[in-house]
Ligand binder design. Structure first.
Ligand code: RP5
Length: 175
């Protein structure tokens, strides 16, 4: 199969390529779960007309989840969410212009009633990618299986951690 000819199911967008070091973590999850995706820069401030066009056409192009990252006055996820019926996952980014990241977090999180943006933690693009796969998994058995395996992997990590902790000695440790 030529993956390049497959329609994307997830669209990853970011306000600037300066966001890429964070947003690539969502792309890595798409690769891991083998979900066709597209990744583009799009700005609510610098390319407002293109942002509007993208949001209006996304569903019709087969996109089912949008992951939108931005830093500073991070309006991109909210503007996109206002213009599409698709779920939008917002990634607040601690950009060079950010005030400790709080500006991005609050801009993305504090949406008015009626226009939700599922906001992950600061620089949480990896979680955004995982959440996108979980949304797709509700209607796709193959992805669901991968999500279940992924979660089992997380459980194993803690099982191993407890095996390590069992070897650690403390004077008053009783387990
Ligand atoms: C936001 O402004 C972008 O999402 C980025 O986080 C921030 C800075 O952009 P650049 O000046 O690095 O292009 O719109």
């Amino acid at each position: 199969m030529n993956i390049k000819k497959t329609a994307p199911r997830v669209s990853i967008i970011m306000g600037s390529t300066s966001d890429l070091p964070i947003m690539k973590q969502a792309a890595e999850i798409m690769d891991e779960f083998e979900i066709p995706f597209e990744i583009n820069a799009l700005s609510a401030h610098r390319t407002p007309a293109q942002a509007m066009d993208f949001a209006k056409k996304a569903y019709g192009r087969g996109i089912r989840v949008i992951i939108a990252g931005a830093g500073g006055a991070a309006h991109l996820p909210g503007v996109i969410a206002a213009l599409t019926p698709l779920p939008v996952i917002g990634v607040p980014i601690k950009a060079s212009i950010s005030i400790d990241g709080w500006d991005s977090i609050l801009s993305i999180l504090q949406m008015p009633p009626g226009i939700p943006v599922a906001t992950v933690g600061l620089d949480g693009a990896r979680n955004a990618g995982i959440l996108a796969t979980q949304i797709l998994a509700t209607g796709d058995e193959t992805i669901l299986k991968k999500v279940k395996n992924f979660k089992a992997g997380l459980e194993n990590k803690i099982v191993k951690a407890n095996q390590e902790l069992a070897k650690v000695e403390f004077k008053f440790k009783v387990n």
